[in-house]
Write a new protein. Sequence first.
Length: 227
Amino acid sequence: MFNYKTFILKNILGLILCLTLFSSTSFAMIFSQPVEIGSIGWPVRSSWNGIFVNGASYNDGHLVNTTSQGYSYYDKGIARFGDGENALYCRYKYGVDGLEFGGKDQFICTLSTSTYNISRIDSNEGITLYVLKDEWYQSNSIVIIGRLKNGKWVKYVDTTDYIEKYFSSLKDYAGASYYANTPKYNKVSCENDTVIIYYESGLDGDGEFRFKWDDKAQWFGIEKVVY
C-alpha cells in the first residue's frame, strides 16, 4: 500500500540533502569584506625625510620626526600589521626604493616606494589576504598577497601586470599621457568566493576585475567586466 507520509518525508529529506550539498559546494571558499588596518610609505614630494607608519601593531623603526598632524616618520625598520601567525610584515628603509611585504621572515613582494593603504580579507578556509593599494596618482595599482594554510606566502594579484593584456590602447601613449590614461583602481570588495577590483578608464570604459577562487587550482581565475 502506497504511504503518502513516507513518500513526502523522503522527498523532503532528499530536498534538504540537495540544498545542503549545494550550499556546501557552491561557495566552498567565502571571503570577508576587506577591512583597512593601516598604511605605510613615503608620500611623493613630502618634505619629511622618512617612511610613515600608521596602524602597525609593532614597529621597530628609528623615529626621525613627528608632524603636527600626528604622523610619525622613521628611517628604517620592520612594521607588523595585525597579530598572530597571519600578521603582515613590511621591511622598509628610507632612501632605498622598495618596500618589502610578506610574513615574518618571508618577504615575498617588493613594491616601489610609495603610499600604500593596507586592508585585510579573511576566509573560512584558513587563507588570509592583504590588499596593498598604491595611492600615488601616477601609478594607482593594487597588489594582493596572502598566507596559505600551510604558512606559505604568495602574491596572487598585481594590476600592473594587466596593462598590456587588458588595456592595449595604452600602447599609443607615453610619458605623462601614459600615466594620465592608465586605469584608476577605486576599491576592492568580496562576493562569496570572488574578490572584485573596481576601476575607471577613460580609454576603455569603467569596469571591474573579478577574481574567482578555484578550489582545484588553489588559485584565482580572472575575468574583466566592462560596464
